[in-house]
Design a protein around this ligand. Structure first.
Ligand code: URP
Ligand code: ZN
Ligand code: ZN
Length: 473
């Protein structure tokens, strides 16, 4: 039996903080030892196999990024991180679990898609991983398959109100899938943008010669997100389906979610770092084709309209419950460049899996959120939302020893020149400076990162069979 003691750190949970030592046996946390029992701790220090000094560090549950797309075929190409490179980058950034999206494409069977994603990930991951299921075609076959997803540990599925001709579901299909969600306990995840209206706007803009990346944001106006969010909420209300809206970026969409929650509905929202820090004016409108680096959907919103401030506020008030990355990286050369002269051909997506914990910690430094809320929105709530709490998202006896030592007196300079580990030839976060640093990362008791060195290996990460949502009202 391998034993590890993390000694002298400040253990932070979603509800508080305090000095405590954390004792690990093999893959699990077995005890939290308060300072009063330090004598015992000192005894233990001499007898454990590995002693980690956490003095001056925050000891937090490993990050859970519940929205990633490793090697996703999309926009005529494939997301540039494999499960190997993407999960290694995640580990560098203090994320110890991802939930990626298995895809049922149009014309395919749901379980063929799920199997294909298992094949891609199996034996490749540095950290633990689970799957949501994208239902790319709601029909009798896929609705039947949904009856068995929970048995496979897939307790959530995603439908798209956007991307007609690719993943798009119409209202009747969404209605049917939500009925199934209510029956099976699966959580409905929705990409809420009015795809058909957006496509009409895209056509209009391109015919006017408006081809730069900036117009991606113009075409995907906030009205398109608010309307679709409202429609999804109404369909969920009608069917009694729990609803989780992914990558929320518009303040008007947040208002829709808040109103539904005030109404007692099981409705939740996720935002991403890009909607908290980046804007349509500063990044999408960076000039020429440069803005392609930040083309993602939903799009970056206007700074002048203060969407970003509203999003921080929604995180404080719990109108938005958690932060994921929607990590969907594409290189600039050869991938983003596919859209030169036509913004609609730029593959949609930003890579951030490595930076989420740091970027959200900067929200603590800036006074936007508390330290406890940082833990809650990056780890504890994702674990509860997606049926992993107890094993993940908490430092407590019985939980997996997925632990991050975060150094508040450290510093992290983000960017390509300064090294990142995602498989991208640029960084959407180039130049961001973080007043904190991921010091040490453990996944199920194994040290993956220490002293700025990667000690993990592919194949360490295991598939997590998830249970039903533990966050329902
Ligand atoms: O731009 C994005 N979000 N790319 C990934 C696919 C999706 O809609 O989540
Ligand atoms: Zn989406
Ligand atoms: Zn996504």
């Amino acid at each position: 039996m391998a034993t590890t003691l993390i000694q002298g750190g400040t253990v932070v949970s979603a509800t508080g903080r305090g000095t405590a030592d954390v004792l690990i046996e093999n893959e699990k946390i077995v005890a939290l030892l308060a300072p009063e029992s330090r004598l015992l701790g000192e005894d233990l220090a001499g007898s454990v196999d590995t002693l980690i000094d956490a003095t001056g560090k925050y000891v937090v549950p490993g990050g859970i990024d519940a929205h990633t797309h490793m090697q996703m075929p999309f926009g005529g190409t494939e997301a540039s991180d494999t499960f190997e490179t993407g999960t290694r980058a995640a580990a560098w950034g203090g994320t110890t679990t991802i939930v990626d999206f298995a895809i049922q494409k149009h014309g395919e069977r749901v379980f063929d898609g799920l199997e294909a994603w298992h094949d891609k990930a199996n034996g490749e991951c540095a950290i633990d991983y689970g799957f949501h299921q994208i239902i790319g075609e709601v029909n009798r076959d896929s609705l039947n398959a949904m009856d068995h997803l929970m048995d496979e540990g897939v307790s959530s599925f995603k439908l798209f109100m956007a991307y007609p001709g690719v993943f798009y579901s119409d209202d009747a299909q969404i209605y049917k899938a939500m009925r199934k969600s209510a029956d099976t306990g699966l959580l409905s995840m929705i990409h809420a943008e009015n795809g058909p209206a957006i496509d009409a706007m895209v056509e209009e803009l391109l015919s006017q010669g408006k081809t730069d990346p900036y117009y991606h944001g113009v075409a995907r106006a906030w009205q398109m997100e608010e309307e679709a969010t409202h429609r999804a909420i109404m369909l969920a209300n009608l069917t009694n389906a729990p609803l989780y809206v992914v990558h929320v970026s518009a303040k008007q969409a947040v208002a829709q979610l808040a109103a539904a929650r005030d109404n007692g509905q099981n409705v939740f929202g996720e935002t991403c770092p890009q909607y908290l820090y980046l804007s349509m004016e500063d990044q999408l409108g960076a000039g020429g084709f440069e803005g392609a680096k930040w083309v993602c959907s939903t799009p970056l919103r206007s700074r002048e309209e203060h969407h970003q401030d509203h999003m921080w506020q929604a995180l404080r008030t719990n109108d938005i419950q958690m932060v994921a990355t929607d990590h969907c990286p594409f290189c600039f050369k050869g991938q983003k460049e596919m859209g030169v002269g036509d913004f609609s051909k730029i593959p949609n997506g930003i890579g951030s899996v490595e930076h989420r914990m740091d970027l959200m910690y900067q929200g603590v430094v800036n006074g936007q959120i508390s330290l406890e809320r940082w833990v809650e929105i990056t780890s504890t709530t994702p674990a509860r939302m997606f049926g992993m709490y107890g094993r993940k998202g908490v430092i407590a006896p019985g939980a997996d020893a997925d632990i991050v030592l975060y150094d508040p007196s450290g510093h992290t300079s983000i960017g390509l020149g300064k090294t990142h580990h995602m498989n991208m030839d640029h960084s959407a976060w180039e130049g961001f400076e973080i007043d904190g640093h991921v010091d040490t990362v453990l996944s199920r008791g194994r040290i993956l990162i220490n002293d700025n060195t990667y000690l993990g290996s592919k194949g360490h990460g295991r598939y997590i069979k998830r249970d039903a949502c533990q966050y329902l009202i």
